[in-house]
Design a protein around this ligand. Structure first.
Ligand SMILES: *Cc1c(COP(=O)(O)O)cnc(C)c1O
Length: 235
């Protein structure tokens, strides 16, 4: 099956209102172009250098979602180049994104990454930290950043009950945040669900699923992003 066939197949399983973010990290521009020709416009990347190498070789109307851990020294490179920064995992990072966005004269749209999984290694705010952040209305300090919702990953496990419980917890957190700050505007994105668990995420209320493997199959972690624009067919 080709990339475009897999994309079409996945789309038929998504309810109306659920957006597909095709996670193209470690995949070459050729694969991204194939997805683009199948109508895909939202793509997810997790490394600044890779995004910076690939984006100029690809159509300008692609919406890039940044989904990886963002190091503070790379923030400036990203500002203005991502439709949505999904992986804000600390207040320090958020404030820096805000300062750099203001300096660049743009408004950045971001999601707060919530840590609900059992693993210690995952980045993100705890649900309590986020509830406190919004209850104390610290978002009012932001000048050039709009928080559009939450992003999360479920525990990496084969236990479907655990995965569903993680997703439900994030959906409940969003409701609690909105109850604590009812005047929040356009705080409506719940980005959760990957290749192996997206149906459970949708059942819990996900609005954006981030799917890589099920579209592009195996990632080649050794591949370098193509640097020669002539190696792909122009649109
Ligand atoms: C890689 C990645 C995905 C996609 O995972 P797949 O299992 O390949 O679908 C989704 N979200 C984040 C944050 C990722 O890093």
């Amino acid at each position: 099956m080709s990339v475009s066939e897999r994309i079409r197949r996945i789309r038929t399983t998504l309810p109306e209102g659920v957006e597909l973010v095709a996670v193209s990290k470690f995949h070459p521009v050729e694969a991204i172009l194939e997805a683009y020709r199948a109508g895909q416009r939202n793509f997810g990347e997790s490394r600044i250098q890779e995004l910076a190498a690939k984006a100029p070789l690809l159509p300008a109307d692609i919406n890039w979602h940044f989904i990886g851990h963002l190091q503070t020294n790379k923030v400036r490179k990203l500002i203005g180049h991502a439709t949505l920064i999904e992986s804000i995992d600390s207040e320090r990072l958020l404030d820096l994104v805000d300062r750099e966005s203001a300096a660049a004269g743009v408004v950045s749209r971001v999601l707060m990454q919530v840590h609900v999984a059992e693993e210690d290694s995952k980045f993100g705010f705890t649900p309590d930290e986020l509830l406190q952040y919004f209850s104390e209305r610290r978002f009012e300090r932001l000048q050039a950043t709009h928080i559009c919702g939450l992003m999360a990953m479920a525990t990496n496990t084969d236990d479907p009950a655990r995965i569903s419980a993680d997703f439900r917890r994030v959906a409940e957190l969003k409701a609690r945040i909105l109850a604590a700050a009812p005047d929040l505007r356009e705080f409506d994105i719940l980005s959760m669900g990957m290749s192996d668990d997206y149906p459970a995420a949708i059942a819990a209320g996900s609005t954006h699923v981030r799917i890589g493997t099920a579209i592009f199959v195996e990632r080649d972690y050794d591949a370098k992003p193509s640097e020669n624009p002539t190696t792909h067919t122009p649109i």
